[in-house]
Design a protein around this ligand. Structure first.
Ligand SMILES: [Zn+2]
Length: 271
C-alpha cells in the first residue's frame, strides 16, 4: 500500500505534467471509483476545468481546479497514477482517465479497485476522510505525541497506524520507525518512558523524510515502471525481513501480527 513517502513521490513526479493542464475529456471505466457522485456527473463537473495545484495530505492527493472545486484521490492498496501519451496502450484495470488539452492523459490504474476519487464544489464540505486526519509527521510535537499515546493501552504499532493520530504512516514505516526508535511495536502506548517518546518523536519525521528522498525518481523511470518504481524497498531495515538477520546486531528479526497487521522487529535492538 502506498504510504506517505510513496504518495509524495506521485505528487512531486507528476506535478509538472498536471499543473496548468485543462481537462478536455474524462472517462470512468469503473463507476465505483467515483465515491460521491454518479460518474457522468463527475465527468460533467470536471470537464473544461484547469488544474491549478496538486497537493498531498497524509495519503490523500488533491487536484485543485480553477473554479475552487477540488478532486480528492486515495490510492488505497494498489492504485497508481501515470501520465501517458494517448497512443500508449492502456494497462489492465485503467479505471479512470483524464485527457488534457495538450493531448496527454492522467491515468488511474488499480487492480483491486479499492481506491476512490471524490469531487467537491467550492465551499462544499470535504467528506473524503482527509478532514479527520491527524497532523503530518513533520508537524507532530512531543506534547501532542505524549497526549495521544501515553494514556493508551493499545500497541504502539496500532497507534502509529491510526490516521487520526498522525497522517500518512502505514504498515511499512510504522515498523521502520519503531526499529529506529529502538522500541518494540508490541509495547502498549502507556508503557513508553519519556526518553522513548522523545526518540519516537525524532524518528517519525526523520524516517518519513528519508524515504521521501530515497523514493525520488525522474519522471522517465517513474513512467517506465507505470508509477510503481517508488515501491523500492532496498532501504528497509525490518519491514518484510522477518527471520533475516538484523542489520544492526545480526540476530534474526521477529515476525509477528499486531492488530491483524504483519509486523517485524528486532528483539535484541528494540526494547
Ligand atoms: Zn538487532
Amino acid at each position: 500500500m502506498p504510504e506517505l513517502p510513496e504518495v509524495e513521490t506521485v505528487r512531486t513526479v507528476l506535478s509538472p505534467y498536471i499543473i496548468g493542464q485543462t481537462i478536455t475529456h474524462a472517462k470512468v471505466n469503473l463507476p465505483k471509483v467515483v465515491a460521491n457522485l454518479p460518474p457522468e456527473t463527475f465527468i460533467k463537473k470536471i470537464t473544461g476545468q484547469t488544474i491549478t495545484q496538486f497537493t498531498r495530505r497524509g495519503k490523500f492527493l488533491t487536484l485543485h481546479l480553477q473554479s475552487g472545486a477540488f478532486v480528492v484521490v486515495h490510492l488505497r492498496m494498489t492504485g497508481t497514477l501515470t501520465v501517458e501519451n494517448p497512443h500508449t496502450v492502456y494497462e489492465k484495470h485503467t479505471n479512470l482517465v483524464l485527457t488534457f488539452q495538450n493531448g496527454q492523459e492522467l491515468r488511474y490504474i488499480d487492480s483491486r479497485g479499492f481506491g476512490h476519487w471524490w469531487y467537491f464544489a467550492l465551499g462544499q464540505t470535504d467528506t473524503s476522510g482527509q478532514q479527520l486526519l491527524g497532523p503530518e509527521p513533520g508537524a507532530v510535537t512531543l506534547d501532542y505525541l505524549k497526549n495521544k499515546i501515553s494514556h493508551r493501552t493499545t500497541a504502539l504499532k496500532t497507534l502509529l497506524l491510526d490516521q487520526h493520530i498522525i497522517a500518512g504512516i502505514g504498515n511499512i514505516y510504522a515498523d521502520e520507525i519503531c526499529f529506529r526508535a529502538k522500541i518494540r511495536p508490541t509495547r502498549a502506548g502507556n508503557s513508553l518512558t519519556l526518553p522513548e517518546l522523545k526518540r519516537l518523536h525524532t524518528q517519525i519525521p526523520t524516517v518519513i523524510n528519508e524515504f521521501i528522498q530515497f523514493h525520488h525518481v525522474p519522471f522517465r523511470i517513474y513512467a517506465e515502471s507505470k508509477g510503481t518504481s517508488y515501491q523500492n524497498d532496498a532501504n528497509l531495515a525490518v519491514y518484510g525481513r522477518a527471520k533475516q538477520p538484523c542489520l544492526q546486531c545480526g540476530q534474526p528479526l521477529v515476525g509477528t501480527r499486531i492488530g491483524q497487521r504483519s509486523s517485524v522487529y528486532c528483539a535484541h535492538c528494540q526494547k
